[in-house]
Design a protein around this ligand. Structure first.
Ligand code: BGC
Length: 713
């Protein structure tokens, strides 16, 4: 049964207690636990180290049930303690900033399954025999921070506490079956400024998590911690871009030694400021990095320090934004599962890390929230009214086609295609219902989101997404062996192509809008040939002094498209660029993660509008996929072996990296002396490999194990 604390008598976060004694020899103890809210489980003082469980789902539809083996924590007399916080269920949520989106009352479900050595079993479930007390956590909000009162007493006499009450809840459970959020790293800060009252810290890295420390001072003394991503010019913390978020933790001391280590909040920050009232000594200050506990197998390194830092920034952007689901940013009052951001970045993410189950979960969130007319929300989990008004937008809705297809390229699991394809088809049907003669008429409010130049390319982008969705659906049917449907959707794709060419392509190869995104995207979708658009595409770059102008939709296609039209050197120049606008420019301004905007901060104009200016947004980091697929040349396809085909450039003297494919690791390294390229490829023996040197002269070639080395001109 579900239980809750009857509110009114207590204020601090509730702890639910149950004592039990083992009279026989135990074999195994497993707990199934869920919450309307988020939980922290302890057995005999030993804690399960996952954060924000059971994760964020659309709690109107289902909630996760998490399973843990607690056997190693057992003793004869046992005490289980589960603390509950609002989490996403009833805490303030991003964008609308309102609490209680899914409900007002936090509730707990737990079921301990004990198996004894004599073969008997016992179940201990949450019921009205569980006691409820108050924790020392006064309040905790994912967005705003946590307040802990170490001077508050927690009853040791559990039997004297009130009983939990039954809570009516018929929400279905779904098994939680992907990696949890954990502390994955600890950062040591440097002190920027210190007085008796204030310590200002720099963790040297923008990340999601919190600050931990030990404190000693008189009972009741207060410590306040504030967090920010960047500094003002005078060295103080810049809070304006956090919007309504407090980003503040508060600690009230017990008089003894207290350890601050929050449980139910996270902040997106690089800098923190600790303010103390009274005589307090703070030691052991660390930055606890929280993220989904994924395996980061991917590696990339080259001779250019800017490109290396871009790669690092992308990785940190992924680490800081993969918390329960892929979010847009971890700092302001948003932190939402925007589908556009996720589809743009998923390929880079999957090159970097094993995100198989993480994206399977996210796809399920998307499927759950598809609207009856086939519109895919622009963000999931769904909550009103935002999701209704922004659903079905090209570039966001296409996540239901792009993510399963890219997922297949990396993980080769047909079940993911089987699960998602029917929804992808519904989504395309919605698009087609908004077409006239296969020309997309759907309004596209976002366009090439946050592009540098405003361009008349929204319709072109919509049409490209229509074709992209149709062609990916066709490819996915083919993967399932359904040739008939594959043909049906490739025919639809061909019609969308005809409409595109008729309406948006001029005879001289110019595309409506004349933007870099228009050229790069339409080429990638196969609407145009490299030769026919090359001249106006290159001219569009010449116009901007060879600088990129794309927003986060187009940036994914830009560098691969330049390689495809034979302008590889230009692609390398753009990735190495350090003048505005470029990734390198953000690095010159101190970026340690990918920014939401190219002009988040410029020397000329300072900070961009605080109403939308995140310094940790992975979307513009979709260039990482190009580092793997073009610089290293690791090309994935649905029906052929992995093909090693680097786009070499004189702009680098070496590049090397690794990718973990489903069948094993691939390591690529090349060196250049300006004339020749020495390529070495090593792969685990199960990996099926091919190569293509794109017309380069092969001076030597040697097979070695499952890899090869070659010298190319
Ligand atoms: C988010 C984005 C998102 C966009 C939709 C922003 O506020 O941070 O990353 O995709 O809204 O337009």
């Amino acid at each position: 049964m579900w239980i809750f604390r009857d509110v009114g008598n207590t204020k601090r976060l509730p702890i639910f207690y149950k004592r039990f004694t083992l009279d026989k020899k135990i074999k195994k103890c497993v707990i199934n636990v869920s919450a309307l809210g988020i939980f922290n489980v302890k057995l005999n003082g030993k804690e399960i180290e996952d954060y924000f469980m059971p994760g964020w789902t659309n709690y109107h539809k289902y909630v996760h049930l998490c399973t843990y083996d607690l056997t190693k924590f057992l003793q004869k007399d046992n005490l289980i303690e589960i603390t509950l916080a609002d989490g996403w269920y009833s805490g303030r949520l991003g964008y609308t900033r309102q609490p209680n989106v899914y409900g007002e009352v936090n509730a707990l479900f737990a079921e301990l399954n004990l198996s004894y050595k004599d073969g008997t079993k016992q179940k201990i479930v949450t019921d009205e025999s569980w006691r409820v007390g108050e924790s020392q956590i006064v309040s905790s909000s994912i967005l705003d921070g946590e307040t802990v009162d170490f001077s508050a007493s927690c009853s040791r006499n559990i039997e004297s506490l009130p009983c939990a009450k039954q809570f009516d809840c018929s929400l279905p459970f779904e098994k939680y079956n992907y990696e949890p959020v954990r502390k994955i790293e600890e950062l040591t800060p440097t002190v920027l400024y210190q007085t008796d009252e204030v310590i200002r810290l720099d963790f040297k890295q923008n990340f999601a998590g919190f600050v931990t420390f030990m404190a000693k001072g008189e009972k009741g003394a207060e410590i306040t911690l504030r967090h920010a991503e960047v500094l003002n010019e005078d060295g103080t913390l810049y809070y304006d871009n956090l919007r309504s978020v407090q980003a503040t933790d508060k600690i009230i001391l017990s008089g003894g030694r207290d350890k601050f280590d929050p449980k139910f909040t996270f902040h997106g920050f690089r800098y923190a400021e600790i303010t103390v009232k009274g005589n307090v000594k703070i030691t052991d200050i660390k930055g606890a990095v929280l993220s989904q506990k994924l395996q980061y197998f991917g590696k990339f390194e080259c001779s250019d320090s800017i490109v290396n830092q871009i790669y690092k920034n992308v990785r940190w952007g992924q680490i800081g934004n993969f918390l329960s689901l892929p979010t847009d940013c971890p700092q302001r009052d948003e932190r939402l599962g925007w589908t556009g951001d996720a589809q743009v970045f998923c390929n880079s993410a999957m090159f970097n890390a094993d995100c198989k189950r993480f994206f399977e979960n996210y796809l399920k969130l998307i499927r759950t929230d598809i609207l009856p007319d086939g519109k895919i929300p622009s963000l999931v989990p769904f909550f009103v009214p935002l999701c209704v008004t922004t659903a079905g937008v090209p570039g966001w809705a296409d996540a239901i086609c792009v993510i399963p297809y890219v997922h297949y390229l990396h993980y080769r699991d047909v079940n993911v295609i089987k699960d998602n394809l029917p929804y992808a088809v519904k989504h395309l049907e919605y698009y087609l219902s908004r077409c006239e003669g296969y020309l997309m008429k759907l309004e596209n409010p976002f366009g090439d989101w946050l592009s540098v130049e405003k361009a008349e390319d929204k319709e072109v982008i919509s049409q490209c997404f229509l074709g992209l969705s149709a062609s990916l659906i066709s490819k996915m049917f083919l993967i399932l062996g359904d040739a008939e449907n594959a043909r049906k959707y490739s025919d639809i794709y061909e019609e969308t192509k005809k409409a595109f060419r008729l309406h948006y392509l001029k005879e001289n190869g110019e595309i409506q809008g004349d933007s870099q995104t228009a050229y790069a995207f339409s080429l990638s979708v196969g609407y145009v040939e490299a030769e026919e658009i090359k001249a106006p595409f290159v001219a569009s770059l010449a116009r901007t002094g060879w600088k990129l102008t794309t927003g986060f939709i187009g940036v994914k296609y830009l560098l691969p498209a330049l390689c495809e039209i034979g302008e590889t050197e230009l692609a390398y120049r753009i990735i190495k660029e350090t003048e505005y606008p470029s990734w390198g420019y953000t690095i010159k301004q101190g970026a340690t993660t990918i920014w939401e905007r190219w002009n988040g901060y410029t020397q000329e104009n300072g900070f961009e509008t605080p109403s939308m200016n995140s310094f940790n947004h992975y979307s513009l980091g979709s260039c990482a996929e190009w580092l793997y697929s073009h610089v290293l040349g690791i090309k994935l396809s649905e029906d052929k072996p992995i093909c090693i085909s680097p786009s070499f450039s004189k702009e680098l003297s070496f590049a090397r990296g690794e990718y973990m494919s489903k069948d094993g690791k691939i390591r690529v390294e090349w060196k250049s002396d300006g004339e020749t390229y020495r390529l070495k490829v090593k792969a685990d023996k199960q990996v099926a490999l091919d190569y293509d040197f794109i017309g380069r002269e092969v001076m030597s070639f040697k097979k070695k194990g499952n890899g090869f080395s070659a010298v190319l001109k």
